[in-house]
Design a protein around this ligand. Structure first.
Ligand code: FPP
Length: 225
């Protein structure tokens, strides 16, 4: 969800206002994705590297995240037909305990929603995710639960935060950046990339449609011919 800071700067506003607007876009696009039949969508809210930002900005982002979670809980009944299952990708240990508890509650409360699986990546890093999977594999091998020579791709995949979810088909990056930035490294092995200069707070349903249309016209060969 890139470009929040620049969006705010262009208007002479503090960066937190850009994140506030970005959070609105997140709600809009998340809902829209569910409405048009997207089954899995992931939003990158906070990376393992984002802790290097000023304390006040981190607090503002976490506050917005917390407000969204509380709102999702409060609206659970009226939002039922939207069928949004919320899940979180990332290392939760560094996240404030209250927020962490809220994440657990929301995950549990929406676990039977079946229309769209909406992941929010928080304190997420793709390299860290793979490292974590490798650590659990090494521990299992040490216990004699698996042998290294029989290890499969599926053994790694099921240990990722995305667990049983499918790999990424399409990666959308707004605001003119053309980097992967440690996002779903394993899952993006054959992802199609789509870039846009639009700053995230200005990102619309039409931009999303444009990305999907471009995706539909890609010739995916997965290494074949
Ligand atoms: C990247 O733009 C944005 C972030 C690091 C934070 C995104 C967080 C939210 C939109 C709000 C909280 C999350 C939810 C799910 C409600 P940037 O700050 O790097 O922008 P810039 O590149 O213009 O500086």
């Amino acid at each position: 969800m890139d470009g929040n800071g620049r969006w705010a700067k262009q208007r002479g506003l503090p960066r937190s206002e850009g994140h506030k607007e970005g959070a609105k876009t997140f709600r809009r696009i998340g809902e829209y994705a569910g409405n048009i039949g997207i089954r899995h969508i992931t939003f990158y809210a906070f990376s393992t590297e984002n802790w290097s930002r000023p304390e006040a900005e981190i607090k503002a982002i976490m506050r917005l995240f917390g407000s969204y979670l509380q709102e999702a809980l409060d609206r659970l009944e009226e939002d039922k037909e939207k069928g949004i299952r919320l899940r979180f990708l990332g290392d939760r240990t560094r996240i404030d305990k209250k927020l962490r508890d809220l994440m657990d509650t929301v995950e549990d409360a929406t676990k039977d929603m079946a229309k769209v699986n909406l992941n929010i990546a928080v304190n997420y890093g793709g390299q860290q995710e793979i490292l974590h999977a490798v650590q659990t594999i090494a521990a299992d091998a040490q216990k004699g639960l698996l042998s290294p020579e029989n290890l499969t791709l599926a053994d790694v995949e099921k240990r990722l935060y995305t667990g049983d979810q499918p790999p990424v088909d399409l990666l959308i990056r707004p605001s003119g950046e053309q980097r992967l930035s440690n996002f779903l490294l394993w899952q993006c092995a054959y992802a199609e990339f789509w870039y846009s200069d639009v700053l995230w707070p200005d990102f619309t349903e039409r931009d999303f449609d444009e990305a999907l249309l471009a995706f539909r016209n890609r010739n995916r060969r997965f290494g074949g011919i």
